[in-house]
Write a protein that binds this ligand. Structure first.
Ligand SMILES: *Cc1c(COP(=O)(O)O)cnc(C)c1O
Length: 453
């Protein structure tokens, strides 16, 4: 094909005088990547039968895309508060400031400044976690999945771990409890049925090979109707009588109860500790609202076994996580969590406030066809599956919804919304008041100007 053969080489383009002003501010890797992208996109269009050749504007557009960071801030208009694909919990401002204060320099991550000796990296949060949960000791690893893997590996390797059939769950992203158990070298003993498991099922399955009793909180689904489960207290008691540890994977792990219309009640970490669990695992970036982390709290003797396991070193957290987690836990200590932890404040926000926010966004859209509509948000992140807190959204109507939705997502800044009945719905729950202007501009840019023509 004539047009394909006529496409310039990268070297030709690098030497083309008309491009030199455009390319010179960029490093060579960026310039080359942009030229490759420009050539590739023209080639695609030629192959599709278009009569085009590469012009300088193609290079300018490619430079714009290539020069941008790949990880970008996104405006969340989905109404899903802990959206795993959007990075789960937005950090509290105090945590962001703490990261900024620590990240660029050195810190006392593993040195005790009073004694000059080597300390442990999660030391700064141990006291806070113990005070907030009533546990004897605490430690932190990379995420809750890591916490579960470490616990099975340290407590049940080469032994049997007993778990209810109704709790052999997939957390998401292919993370399945039975697979993790296998990976850790524990033998899984399933007891009970999908909907009913009693304490006697556990008692009957215990042998001298039993290393661990396990309870997995159903964070991301619910069993209703004819169902029964062995309680934390019963299992903790049985485990104590037989001299084996009891582990509860609490997953989304509410550090403090949260009461608002539309939210379901979650067991708090403290309630599980008070019921006698030896180890409890939960995520840092779900209902807690802090950085990604896997928190482990429980009895000191049991956690000592986890700390000594070689996997602990492979699953350790970095200084930025420690900084953000300490600042987040301080907010709980000071009773500020409902105001200053965004994951909680955006679940607890009053419906009137959301309605007002939706009206403001609507007015910023001006003449664009829209309605303010009532909707329900989601907690997300595999937490409170049945919760459906009432919210308000702006529905953009009279547009090609799929097209506008895609353009919003690809825009700058990207806006992630929802399509409902051929309309684009922007749930305002997870939008800050300061972001509404940017959302309105993004919508204006995403809607074709000559609608109806
Ligand atoms: C979410 C969840 C996990 C995994 O937590 P991550 O922090 O995403 O690794 C493990 N167990 C349960 C019950 C969960 O809900």
């Amino acid at each position: 094909m004539e047009r394909l053969r006529a496409l310039p080489s990268i070297d030709e383009l690098l030497a083309r005088p008309s491009l030199s002003a455009l390319l010179s501010p960029h490093s060579r890797p960026v310039a080359v990547a942009a030229l490759r992208e420009a050539v590739a996109s023209v080639r695609t269009r030629v192959l599709a039968g278009e009569d085009v050749r590469l012009v300088d504007g193609d290079v300018a557009r490619a430079l714009n895309r290539v020069g941008q960071p790949k990880l970008k801030a996104v405006l969340n208009a989905t109404g899903v508060v802990l959206h795993t694909n959007l990075g789960r919990a937005p950090l509290p401002a105090a945590a962001v400031e703490r990261i900024a204060a620590i990240a660029g320099g050195y810190c006392n991550l593993e040195i005790d400044l009073d004694e000059g000796e080597r300390g442990s990296r999660y030391e700064p949060v141990v006291e806070l976690l113990c005070a907030l949960t009533g546990a004897e000791d605490a430690m932190v690893v990379n995420n809750c999945a890591a916490a579960v893997l470490l616990t099975f590996s340290a407590l049940a390797q080469g032994r049997e771990a007993i778990v209810s059939r109704g709790e052999l769950v997939e957390i998401g992203g292919g993370f399945r409890i039975p697979d993790v158990m296998r990976q850790s070298g524990a033998t899984m003993i399933e007891v009970g049925t999908t909907n009913r498991t009693r304490l006697e099922d556990f008692t009957g399955a215990m042998t001298d090979r039993t290393g661990l009793l396990v309870k997995v909180h159903r964070s991301n689904f619910a069993v209703v109707g004819f169902s029964e489960e062995a309680t934390t207290r019963e299992l903790a008691q049985l485990a104590a009588e037989r001299g084996v540890p009891f582990f509860e994977d609490l997953g989304s792990g509410a550090l403090r109860a949260m009461h608002a219309e539309g939210l379901s009640s979650e067991p708090t970490v403290a309630s599980v500790i008070a019921a006698g669990a030896d180890v409890v695992a939960f995520s840092g970036d779900k209902l807690l609202g802090g950085p990604q982390a896997g928190l482990l709290v429980g009895k000191k003797a049991t956690l000592d076994r986890l700390k000594k396991h070689p996997l602990n070193r492979a699953l350790r957290i970095d200084k930025l996580t420690v900084a953000a987690l300490e600042a987040t836990l301080e907010l709980y200590r000071d009773g500020r969590e409902d105001h200053d932890v965004p994951a909680r404040s955006s679940l607890l926000v009053k419906s009137e406030v959301l309605l007002e926010r939706a009206r403001t966004l609507g007015s910023l859209l001006g003449a664009l066809e829209h309605r303010v509509v009532e909707t329900t948000s989601r907690v997300g992140g595999g937490s409170m599956p049945l919760a459906a807190p009432k919210s308000w959204a702006v529905a953009v109507s009279g547009v090609k919804a799929v097209e506008v939705h895609e353009k919003l997502r690809a825009g700058d800044p990207p806006v992630v919304a929802r399509i409902v009945d051929d309309e684009v719905w922007l749930d305002v729950r997870c939008l800050r008041d300061t972001e509404l202007g940017a959302v309105a501009r993004a919508v204006a840019n995403a809607v074709p100007r000559n609608r109806g023509d």
